[in-house]
Design a protein. Structure first.
Length: 207
């Protein structure tokens, strides 16, 4: 964890470089967000696209697992707001933890494709910037089957593009995680999708 944080801080020494980190699983998000927040000197707003909230206090006895990263982020005060979009596999603990930390959870059953969905959320106002975390399994497996935890009923690739394009905010860092090449058996389709996400996030960060 500390190695990741220190590496991100080292990258950010070269102003105005903004890190875009590729996973790996979602455990990397905690040390990356911690580093960005500490380097910028304050909390961030986070847009988290995922099928799962990854906010367990501890998962299988590990407080730093891929399923607990956002609990550590919120506990540490590294984020002011956390918006989770695309959720469709959530337990009672996930909802309780969400309430505990004031997380804004948008499950797929209530997700709106209205283009004003994010415009009205005003992410990034009064904080050091916005961090975007994209778990590839936020997408429906029809678009990205090469992930470890497949959950039907997810976002389309166009949904994700619309969310990113309509987000009016200063994006200071991002990650793309949970692509599993061992399961990407349909002509490398998920790799292509993940690469497109990286391109879109790069463009977003560079503006």
């Amino acid at each position: 964890m500390n190695i990741i944080s220190e590496s991100v801080k080292l990258v950010m020494e070269e102003d105005p470089l903004r890190p875009l980190v590729l996973g790996g699983d979602h455990s990397i998000s905690f040390p990356v967000v911690r580093a960005v927040s500490e380097k910028l000197g304050g909390p961030l707003d986070i847009l988290h696209l995922d099928a799962h909230p990854d906010i367990y206090h501890s998962f299988e006895g590990n407080k730093y697992s891929h399923a607990s990263s956002f609990a550590r982020i919120m506990e540490g005060g590294y984020a002011r707001r956390l918006l989770q979009v695309g959720i469709r596999s959530i337990t009672s603990e996930g909802r309780e933890q969400g309430k505990r930390f004031g997380v804004e959870q948008y499950e797929m059953r209530t997700f709106s494709r209205d283009r004003h969905f994010l415009e009205n959320l005003k992410l990034g106002e009064g904080v050091k910037g916005v961090y975007i975390s994209v778990d590839v399994d936020c997408l429906d497996p029809a678009f990205a089957p090469g992930v470890s935890h497949i959950e039907p009923g997810g976002l389309s690739f166009r949904d994700v593009l619309n969310i990113l394009h309509n987000l009016q905010a200063d994006v200071v860092a991002a990650d793309v995680v949970e692509f599993n090449p061992q399961r990407d058996t349909v002509d490398g389709m998920t790799a292509m999708v993940a690469a497109k996400l990286v391109r879109e996030l790069t463009a977003k960060i560079s503006k």
